[in-house]
Design a protein around this ligand. Structure first.
Ligand SMILES: [Zn+2]
Length: 119
C-alpha cells in the first residue's frame, strides 16, 4: 500500500471520528449527459432545467449516474470513469469553517462534504 503522507488534519480528523452523527456526508445524485457537443454533469433538477432551456440536446444520452457529496467529488469520479486526467477543482482548498475537519473549494461549489453549502 502506498503511503498518503502525513495528514495536515491529524488532530482534527481524530476529533471528527467521534462525531458519528455529525459526520454523515451530504450525498446527492449527479447525472452525466452526453450529446454532440460534449458531456454535462449536474444534479437531476438542474439537468431538467437545462433540457427545458434547450441547453442540452434532445438526443443527448444519460451516460453516468454518480452519488457524491460535492460537485468536486462528482467530477473526480466522473473523470475516473471516463479515463481522463484527474479532476482539478477550481481555486485552493480551504478548511471548513464549521469545524468538521474537511476541506472544501470556495471558488468551486463552495460545498463541504459534511456541512453542505458554505459559500
Ligand atoms: Zn464542514
Amino acid at each position: 500500500m502506498r503511503s498518503l503522507g502525513p495528514s495536515p488534519l491529524r488532530g482534527a480528523a481524530r476529533t471528527c471520528l467521534a462525531l458519528d452523527e455529525y459526520m454523515k456526508e451530504q450525498k446527492q445524485q449527479y447525472e452525466a449527459w452526453e450529446g454532440n457537443d460534449g458531456c454535462i454533469l449536474s444534479t437531476p433538477d438542474k439537468i431538467e432545467k437545462m433540457k427545458k432551456e434547450g441547453l442540452i440536446e434532445k438526443n443527448a444520452k444519460l451516460v453516468h449516474i454518480i452519488e457524491a457529496a460535492t460537485y468536486e467529488e462528482a467530477m473526480a469520479i466522473f473523470n475516473l470513469r471516463t479515463g481522463v486526467e484527474p479532476y482539478r477543482p477550481m481555486g485552493k482548498p480551504k478548511l471548513c469553517s464549521k469545524g468538521c475537519g474537511s476541506f472544501f473549494y470556495p471558488e468551486g461549489s463552495g460545498e463541504c462534504p459534511y456541512c453542505g453549502k458554505i459559500c
